[in-house]
Design a protein around this ligand. Structure first.
Ligand code: HEC
Length: 284
């Protein structure tokens, strides 16, 4: 029985490694850059100042093309969120959240006339999409679709490091690589460049062509907390913000996990002690 089980375990192991192999997942892109995140590890937490800066980058740059449909304005003021403030346990009362929402317009129906109207958003609304529909989004982006950002940081295997690497990963194309119109060479965006490459087959450059022009540059966004606004900083901050957007309950989940671990440890101790007591006078 044991033997069968271990054979089975080995087979499962081989299968998992085979499926999750890095080469397959990246499709020719370089592996994402190493980034140290404040929310890593069992005690990791979001850095609120970073989330606020990241929100500003999303608002002023990325939201022109990328929607974030699953996030409501009030989420920004939830515990662990960029604008959480303990004075406003109900995030609908949070003045930052209200001001941010009011700055957006959402589509609605006039209750009296039934006409389609635009009105300022409220904290209960979700982030509106920058384009009316997918066709409009593609038409504005040379046929490519800017993916929704609500879950992007979790949908990619390399997580927020993938986002960071793509927005910092543009490079002048090497001689011999023919970049198509509307494409941009990016070492961290998956693709197969062999048909655009005139050099030797063994040396096809890593990466792919991405329809998004480099969205960030030094000084593009002014940070209210005085942090120097380099391209690298903007990229890190917006990636952290998007990780929060994709997993707003990350801190809570980690805390619960830790509590469960302590509980299980105590329970094992207790069980062992009672086992010892019950069988105290038996020989075995
Ligand atoms: C002018 C429009 C535009 C802006 C502004 C923009 N993007 Fe994009 N983005 C796109 C398009 C279009 C694509 C799809 C590219 C493709 O498929 O070739 C894309 C793709 C991406 C991808 C790759 C997603 C994947 O599938 O792995 C990332 C990451 C990304 N954008 C991040 C950002 C971030 C972060 C910002 C803000 C700093 C931003 N983008 C701003 C248009 C834009």
């Amino acid at each position: 029985m044991l033997r069968k089980l271990s054979v089975l375990a080995a087979a499962v192991g081989v299968l998992t490694v085979g499926v999750a192999g890095p080469a397959l997942a990246n499709g020719g892109a370089l592996p994402a850059k190493e980034v140290h995140w404040s929310f890593e590890g069992p005690f990791g937490k979001f850095d609120q100042a970073q989330l606020q800066r990241g929100y500003k980058v999303y608002r002023e740059v990325c939201s022109a093309c990328h929607s974030m449909k699953l996030v409501a304005f009030r989420n920004l003021g939830d515990k662990g969120g960029p604008f959480y403030n303990e004075k406003y346990p109900n995030s609908n009362d949070n003045p930052w959240v209200k001001a941010i929402a009011k700055d957006y317009e959402v589509a609605d129906i006039d209750g009296e006339t039934g006409d389609a109207i635009k009105r300022p958003a409220t904290s209960a609304d979700h982030f509106p999409s920058p384009f009316a529909n997918e066709a409009a989004a593609r038409a504005s982006n040379g046929g490519a679709l800017p993916p929704d950002m609500s879950l992007l940081a979790k949908a990619r295997e390399e997580g927020p490091a993938h986002i960071y690497s793509v927005v910092t990963g543009y490079k002048a194309p090497p001689a011999g690589l023919k970049v198509p119109t509307g494409g941009h060479y990016n070492q961290y965006f998956p693709g197969d460049l062999s048909s655009a490459w005139s050099g030797s087959h063994e040396h096809v450059p890593p990466g792919g062509f991405i329809a998004m022009a480099p969205p960030l540059k030094d000084g593009l966004v002014t940070f209210d907390d005085g942090t120097k606004s380099t391209l690298d900083q903007q990229a890190k901050d917006v990636s952290a913000f998007l990780m929060w957007a994709a997993e707003p309950k990350l801190e809570e989940r980690k805390q619960t996990g830790f509590a469960v671990l302590i509980y299980l440890l105590l329970l094992s101790g207790l069980l062992y002690a009672s086992y010892k007591t019950v069988w105290r006078n038996e020989s075995h």
